[in-house]
Design a protein around this ligand. Structure first.
Ligand SMILES: Nc1ncnc2c1ncn2[C@@H]1O[C@H](COP(=O)(O)OP(=O)(O)O)[C@@H](O)[C@H]1O
Ligand SMILES: [Mg+2]
Length: 372
């Protein structure tokens, strides 16, 4: 096997929130450690973001979807170029892409599997715009080998942490559990910021609840919270993943029919829902299987002070609550760093899925390589 060397990699990621393309220039070392040199949040042009949301709600035709793949590719290339302007070309780019649809369910039609996932952001466009070799399309290989294609960040978590629950709170919330007691496992705990953002938009015309200030000014409706906690997703046993397809505008409009009357109470209760579903998921699926000392939060939700305060209250006292920043990793760029590491492995043909997390039949090398 080729002797491994440190590589300079730009990791590109855009999550379900579509708030920005997170681009992180990293150095990944042969021991799988990763340093972030510089991260940027590159905003999508407003019309592209609107188109992505239309795609989520099935309002784009096939021509528009085809075009969107190339438009997003160009945006990802532009994001990488902002870093390249300042720091020069990396050894290669590793791009997660923009998830448009994720269907992890084991269903068949004519004996053919319907399990599938779609990330847009054409890698040939990224590579042409930047002149860099580009690695992309990670999830497909895991699905092709019987997995759910998610969660993938577990691979990085198991290299970087010990005896912890690593909790990402993006649009959706997902956890990786790394413990000496068992193989790593991970699953989506449920909604993250998705419903908070939707309601902030609808009720306040703001994109999100900055620092959790509005939530903190409201009162949690125990009645509504308990109704929301009854959703069957929270009871399903892992491995399980979810997305915008489930916590859809239709879902949210439906639950709003029985919401408390005050706007700030709605935001407070939805924030409590995110915190409570995380705490309950640990009680149901983590503590009985694995000893952990700490919970390490990342993603934009780590900046919501009200959410963090509630999570602290809902977790057992002996568990420490930290953020990635306590480990010198930016909450904003952790996932971009994780995809830089996954790309490093693709480059060196090192298996980079975690079958105990995704349910795949075996360890395989995920990711497709596009030459510049
Ligand atoms: N300062 C903040 N206060 C409260 N919420 C925040 C803050 N910064 C980011 N967020 C939340 O985090 C979300 C983005 O998180 P991110 O980890 O990028 O998610 P995704 O992976 O889904 O894109 C925003 O939509 C917002 O809800
Ligand atoms: Mg984001």
């Amino acid at each position: 096997m080729e002797e491994k060397e440190p590589k300079k990699i730009i990791g590109l990621m855009s999550g379900t929130s579509c708030d920005s393309i997170d681009a992180g220039l990293c150095i990944v070392h042969p021991d799988f450690s990763c340093e972030l040199i510089k991260g940027i949040n590159y905003k999508y042009p407003a019309t592209i973001r609107e188109k992505i949301f239309k795609a989520f709600s099935n309002e784009l035709n096939i021509k528009e979807l085809c075009q969107l793949n190339f438009e997003i590719g160009e945006c990802f290339g532009n994001a990488a170029n902002e870093l390249i302007k300042e720091y020069g070309k990396p050894d290669f780019i590793s791009s997660h892409g923009q998830t448009i649809y994720h269907y992890p369910f084991k269903e068949t039609e004519e004996n053919l599997s319907l399990t599938s996932t779609l990330q847009l952001g054409e890698s040939s466009v990224i590579s042409a715009k930047t002149g860099c070799l580009t690695i992309s399309n990670f999830r497909e290989a895991d699905i092709a080998h019987g997995g759910q294609g998610a969660p993938l960040v577990c691979f990085a978590d198991k290299q970087w942490f010990k005896n912890s629950a690593i909790q990402n709170i993006g649009g959706i919330s997902n956890v990786t559990v790394v413990s000496d007691d068992c193989l790593p496992f991970g699953f989506d705990t449920g909604c993250g910021n998705i419903m908070i953002d939707y309601c902030m938009n609808k009720l306040y015309n703001m994109p999100y609840d900055k620092d959790g200030e509005i939530g903190a000014s409201g009162t949690i409706s125990e009645y509504w919270l308990n109704c929301l906690l009854e959703d069957e997703y929270y009871y399903n046993t892992p491995p399980k993943t979810t997305g915008r397809e489930y916590f859809s505008p239709k879902y949210i409009e439906n639950i709003l029919k029985i919401a408390p009357p005050e706007k700030q109470d709605i935001i407070a209760t939805l924030t409590a829902l995110t915190a409570k579903t995380i705490a309950q998921a640990y009680e149901r699926f983590v503590y009985p299987n694995a000893h952990i000392n700490q919970v390490i939060v990342g993603g934009g939700g780590a900046y919501n002070k009200f959410l963090m305060k509630l999570l602290r209250n809902y977790l057992p006292k002996h568990i420490e609550l930290k953020t990635h920043e306590d480990f010198g990793i930016s909450n904003n760029y952790k996932e971009a760093m994780a995809f830089a590491l996954l790309g490093y492995c693709t480059y060196y043909k090192i298996p980079n899925n975690v079958p105990s997390c995704t349910g795949a039949d075996k360890s395989i090398v995920m990711g497709k390589i596009t030459q510049p």
